[in-house]
Design a protein around this ligand. Structure first.
Ligand SMILES: NC(=O)c1ccc[n+]([C@@H]2O[C@H](COP(=O)([O-])OP(=O)(O)OC[C@H]3O[C@@H](n4cnc5c(N)ncnc54)[C@H](O)[C@@H]3O)[C@@H](O)[C@H]2O)c1
Length: 369
């Protein structure tokens, strides 16, 4: 059988994880980057320090040669800073792969870029996904499949905390002195708590929308900037958002880049279930679900994990999609754009100190008070 061939754009932290996970399935892998230092660091430092030794089956290539690979890739994975995603997505579509995945956040906080990205994904016949990989973890699958049985008329409240200091991220990027050395330290480039930790909003909105889609709502937010600055200068270090959907559901999300040790939790409340999932506490994901309609019958599970498994599950999901086996919770590009849109409106709400009415379908918003 012909081997699957993957092109990975970006030889940084995520590029290494994705390449290693692709190699677990014996895929052919070419990693592209615009920076020779990044390609050297991939071969000499990051890959060997994370996985024991460099894998000589991985080819490292200057991104200027990307367009020489017409019709060659089954899969293209874009793992570069957010403000480069849209142009690289256009390049990836030109190469005509079977599937494209763009890392989160799909785009930085910019409505023009967001709308252009929406047009491009709507016009493309290639399936495009986004790397909100926590959705694909074992713990999230059990959690989501349990709650999926709820009928569409059952109201919900979801409370999410995605709190993790820069420490964790900087450990994975030892070549950076601090967030200011990369997009991480600039909210307008898609760094900061709101966009970099958008796994939080993603899981909150995904849980609310399970079997209960809703187009409109109102959000209000409080965003605290590093060093007392304001958007778009510097980066947001803590954000709290309250979503009131028009069907009565409520989602509260708090994300920050200051909490140590990290707290990553999703709590769900409604008349039938109280449910909680926790990510990565001492290398363990866990879940607790109480069925209040059934004598408080409860389910409690723990999953040992290690960081590379986050990406192994993602690449295996792509493998299943390529084999035509379908997928369930992988974030589509449209869903990911909605998360970038809602995060952008959260910035606008905090700047204006107003509640914002939003429409998820049209990607429009307006001040209401
Ligand atoms: N899903 C996750 O859990 C997860 C984890 C880490 C990072 N990410 C996401 O992955 C993306 C990249 O993050 P990272 O930590 O790997 O960053 P990084 O800084 O470690 O690496 C980015 C690489 O992209 C290269 N690059 C930039 N523009 C390019 C271009 N136009 N063409 C080719 N190469 C280019 C840079 O030279 C650099 O080597 C971000 O969007 C981030 O949020 C996701």
């Amino acid at each position: 059988m012909k081997k699957i061939k993957a092109g990975i754009i970006g030889a940084g932290s995520i590029g290494n994880h994705l390449a290693n996970s692709c190699r677990q399935l014996d895929w052919d892998v070419i990693v592209f980057d615009k920076d020779k230092n990044s390609l050297d660091r991939f071969r000499n430092t990051i890959y060997p320090s994370r996985y024991g030794k460099f894998d000589p089956q991985i080819k490292l290539v200057d991104v200027n040669f990307l367009q020489d690979y017409q019709n060659e890739f089954d899969v293209l994975l874009i793992g570069t800073p957010p403000s480069s995603h849209l142009n690289l997505l256009k390049d990836a579509i030109n190469l005509n792969p079977k599937l494209i995945m763009v890392e989160k956040p799909f785009v930085p906080p910019n409505l023009t870029i967001l709308k252009e990205a929406r047009q491009i994904i709507d016009d493309s016949s290639i399936p495009i996904y986004c790397g909100y990989n926590h959705r694909l973890s074992y713990v999230a699958r059990v959690f989501l499949e349990h709650l999926e049985v709820l009928p569409s008329n059952s109201k919900r409240k979801v409370v999410v905390n995605w709190l993790e200091s820069w420490d964790g991220i900087l450990k994975a990027h030892p070549w950076l002195n601090g967030p200011e050395d990369s997009y991480l330290g600039y909210s307008n480039q898609g760094g900061g708590a709101l966009f970099e930790h958008s796994h939080g909003i993603d899981l909150g909105v995904l849980t609310k929308m399970l079997n209960r889609k809703c187009k409109e709502g109102i959000l209000s937010s409080i965003v605290r900037f590093h060093d007392g600055k304001v958007f778009p200068e510097s980066y947001d270090e803590k954000v709290s958002i309250n979503f009131q959907f028009e069907d009565g559901d409520e989602v509260n999300v708090t994300q920050d880049v200051v909490t140590l040790p990290a707290v990553k939790t999703v709590n769900f409340y409604n008349e039938k279930f109280d449910a909680a999932m926790k990510f990565g506490i001492e290398n363990m994901d866990s879940i607790e679900i109480v069925n209040k309609e059934n004598s408080n019958r409860s389910l409690s599970l723990k999953f040992n994990k290690y960081r590379p498994s986050d990406f192994d599950l993602e690449i295996r999901e792509i493998n299943r999609i390529l084999k035509g086996e379908g997928q369930k919770f992988f974030a589509t590009a449209r869903e990911a754009l909605l998360i970038s849109f809602l995060s952008y409106v959260a910035f606008m709400s905090s700047v204006a100190k107003k509640k914002m009415k939003f429409n998820c379908e049209n990607l429009t918003y307006e001040e209401i008070s």
